[in-house]
Design a protein around this ligand. Structure first.
Ligand code: ZN
Length: 110
């Protein structure tokens, strides 16, 4: 990434260089690519990738993510989001979840 100050295209906040993990669906397989260089927003955690990184990710996808090339294999539990109306009838505030999965205002009292 270039050294000049880079602001988030989402919220205009400052960003920093980081290495991130990316989850990708490849057909019916979920794969994780670790240590991907990115600019990460300090506020909303949006991740931005430069052209070379995007090219390398596309090249990796082009290999078909062969199992023999994987650094390791993880077993991942899968949950179904609960359907139907919530048990509580009182109106609740909307929930905000950032890119890291941190939940804010969960069932906040209004
Ligand atoms: Zn942002």
């Amino acid at each position: 990434m270039d050294q000049e100050a880079y602001t988030c295209e989402n919220c205009s906040s400052s960003t920093h260089d980081d290495l991130v993990n990316i989850c990708l669906w490849h057909g019916d397989r979920l794969v994780i690519v670790e240590k991907v260089p990115a600019r990460v927003c300090d506020r909303c955690f949006e991740q931005f990738f430069d052209q070379l990184t995007t090219f390398k990710l596309d090249a990796l996808r082009g290999t078909g993510f062969k199992a023999a090339d994987a650094a390791r294999v993880l077993e991942v539990p899968v949950f179904t989001f609960p359907q139907g109306a919530p048990v509580e009838t009182e109106a609740k505030e909307p929930v905000t979840v950032d890119r890291r999965g941190t939940v804010y205002d969960w069932w906040a009292d209004s």
